[in-house]
Design a protein around this ligand. Sequence first.
Ligand code: PMP
Length: 423
Amino acid sequence: MSSDLFKLASTIFPGGVNSPARAMKHLPNPFYVRSAEGAYLFTEDGEKLIDYCMGFGPLILGHRHPAVLRAVQNWLERDWLYGAPTKLEIDEARKIMDHVRSIEMIRFVSTGTEATMNAIRLARGFTGRKYIIKFEGNFHGSHDYVLVKAGSGAATWGTPTSAGVPDEAAKLTIVVPYNDLDALEKAMQERGDEVAAIIMEPIAANYGLIPPREGYVKEVKQLTEEHGTLLILDEVVTGFRVGLEGAQGLFGVKPDLTTLGKIIGGGFPIGAFGGSREIMKLVSPLGPVYNAGTFNAHPVSMVAGLATIKELEGEQAYAIANEAAKRLGEAIIDIGGRAGLDVWVNRVASMFQFYFTKKPVESTRDVAESNEKMYLKVHAEALKRGVYLAPSQYEVNFTSAAHDRDVVDYTIRALEESFKAIK
Ligand code: PMP
């Protein structure tokens, strides 16, 4: 039983888990997963759940997609780690660079955290400047440079600024509100010439989902150009999620550096940072900015990522995943309205989140002012009915190519009952 496992786990792991978002603070215990297939998770309690977390983003094709499974199985038949280069990493890099045109050179690492940490170090190495600017509620992983007013589990658990980050380090990270150009202009006027990089989620997906205002990402890019600051677009979530070219393709913005992760590993550990040749040539061993990793460009992550991107090139996967999120978003508005509840939905491509609030959700403050208790009640009710939504209003729901019409129809019925149950 999950409850027994959690009891045991709580004596072994802090909070019983190995990553905070898994703890599900509003439930007595998280469910334990036994297996997964398509849009479903199967738990140790014998339950079948429709999954809207999808590994927190990587599984855009669904769990255990046959093409990815085949590619990984074939590779594992051989072996799995060399500590030497493979042809696979060239194939995957070229595939990525075919689509994300701002990347002329790339370095594979093992996580999104490493991707942003190294991109920031590189920006500092390139510009010779110390400061970075990040946006409130944006999440870029769990390293010191970015654990200042961060989103995701850090927001859910009320620790957006982590203990253990020295003041001296935190001071180098200037935090401004997301979607507020005036605040950014002011910060850049004050300090712009000392800022190595602005790092941003082009579509904020770690404080719920907050799409950028019209033209915002372009305006941020413009500001960086005026000050000789680099723009790092953190596309760990949005890369290959909102389309093959990522959010930069969607908004027509060319960043100096891009960070990727999640989908490009097809469900296996991955991260990458890349950009113009001029900047990337500073990375070791070609240049003086150090990066290394035992698992960098892990062969299994490379084959799984490559199989995933090839499948996405077919467009069918995007069509199904996007349609699922669109229908669910519309249904939630409708269900909320009929239940007499004020609900707002944000959706981009195959990501969505809903909030109990009377007003549009365009900023982190709008999210924080939404009724979190009601969200968590719906979450618990939906779970009883076999639907696993994002476990906090600060996370987002992901759909996949496995979320077909039947899955969505079932979900809509379950949500209808869940909304009624919390009234
Ligand atoms: N950047 C963004 C935008 C993310 O959402 C995340 C993780 N959710 C990360 C970086 C860190 O990635 P990882 O968990 O692979 O370290």
